[in-house]
Design a protein around this ligand. Structure first.
Ligand SMILES: Nc1ncnc2c1ncn2[C@@H]1O[C@H](COP(=O)(O)OP(=O)(O)O)[C@@H](O)[C@H]1O
Ligand SMILES: [Mg+2]
Length: 343
């Protein structure tokens, strides 16, 4: 089965006909064909399916059709997923943000905890995070309730975000001397679940914790608060470098702080089907982690990288793009696979 040949279809409200879609055609080269015109006309003129362009359109059309039929189930319990990799720039934030929006668009209730002082997830989800705003710092260091800091995201009325302000950088040091320094986020999440119940709000289905590129106390808090780890891996030469250190850290957490934690999901990001390197890296990661690696891979896509500067997820910025389609598929796959049974 190729990564595009999936058994499930999921309805995310995407229009069915990609022939009229610009960035579905060449998202990676930044050539923005005029929607509904050039791409469709070119494909029609050349006979869809007979050319690389036509084949790509047909294939994406099939993928969208498959996404139309399956409804995502609510998980039995809230799934708290930490998105982590101590390498920077591998797609952690893009993954946390776009999966969250993909699931919310399907009617699931999602919290995104921006646990990186850079605040990129807050930016991408359109949530204020200047230093005056209360955020994750206040929760971790001053024991403020999450309910007091979460903000709605314009992306979807089913997403709330705990924003990261720049003070969060200091929390890494300030936490060192604090009581229960590793459990603070976990406790805050438990408390927030109760607060939602008391307020008559629906239970959260998913929590995504976007981590900084380090293995300090912020990331440890995220590992302790989560039941699952999602590791995005960039399809580049050094992809596996550092992974064993990350896995060792997770083992330490399992042993000492959170025995229930599992690495449930590995997502290959920035995949470029035109290079041998990308597919070699993907194959190698799959051979090491056959259970964890999603069938879906996220392609290298200009639309994904442009979206945050418009304070949007790619799903809202360019819903027809290959990047949006792939993140919807990844969200659906994660929901369909459910909670892993054991480590
Ligand atoms: N699939 C992709 N294709 C192209 N650019 C991407 C993709 N995923 C992420 N990016 C870009 O790469 C950079 C790093 O991604 P980001 O999600 O911020 O990674 P991290 O959180 O691991 O540092 C950002 O500029 C982002 O917009
Ligand atoms: Mg990030």
């Amino acid at each position: 089965m190729t990564h595009n040949d999936r058994p499930h279809g999921y309805d995310f409200g995407l229009p069915p006909d990609p022939v009229s879609q610009d960035s579905a055609v060449q998202p990676d080269r930044g050539s923005r064909l005029t929607a509904g015109q050039d791409a469709g006309a070119t494909a029609a003129a050349q006979g869809a399916g007979d050319t690389p362009l036509g084949r790509k359109l047909v294939e994406e059309n099939q993928r969208r059709r498959r996404l139309e039929h399956v409804q995502l189930q609510r998980p039995e319990r809230t799934r708290v997923i930490t998105v982590s990799n101590q390498k920077g720039g591998v797609g952690k934030t893009s993954t946390a943000v776009n999966l969250a929006v993909g699931l919310a668009k399907q009617g699931l209730n999602v919290l995104v905890v921006d646990n990186d002082p850079q605040g990129n997830a807050s930016t991408a989800l359109g949530v204020p995070h200047s230093s005056e705003v209360d955020g994750v710092y206040d929760v971790l260091v001053d024991e403020m309730e999450l309910a007091q800091v979460v903000a709605p995201s314009p992306e979807s009325d089913r997403i709330v975000v705990a924003p990261a302000t720049i003070d969060l950088a200091g929390a890494e040091i300030e936490l060192v001397s604090m009581v229960a320094r590793e459990q603070r986020l976990s406790r805050a999440l438990d408390q927030y679940a109760k607060a939602r119940e008391e307020q008559g709000l629906e239970r959260l289905d998913y929590v995504f914790i976007d981590c900084p590129p380090s293995l300090g106390l912020l990331t440890i808090n995220a590992f302790v608060a989560a039941s699952e780890v999602l590791i995005p891996i960039q399809c580049e030469y050094y992809a596996l470098e550092g992974l064993s250190q990350l896995l060792r850290s997770i083992e330490m957490i399992q042993k000492h702080l959170n025995p229930d934690l599992v690495v449930s999901t590995i997502l290959m990001t920035m995949y470029d089907g035109r290079t041998n390197l990308s597919s070699q890296v993907a194959d190698e990661v799959r051979s090491h982690f056959p259970e964890q690696v999603l069938e879906t891979m996220i392609p290298r896509s200009v639309r994904i990288s442009e979206a945050p500067s418009y304070q949007q997820s790619v799903l809202n910025y360019d819903p027809q793009s290959t990047g949006a389609l792939s993140y919807l598929e990844a969200a659906a796959e994660i929901a369909a696979r459910g909670v892993p049974k054991s480590k």
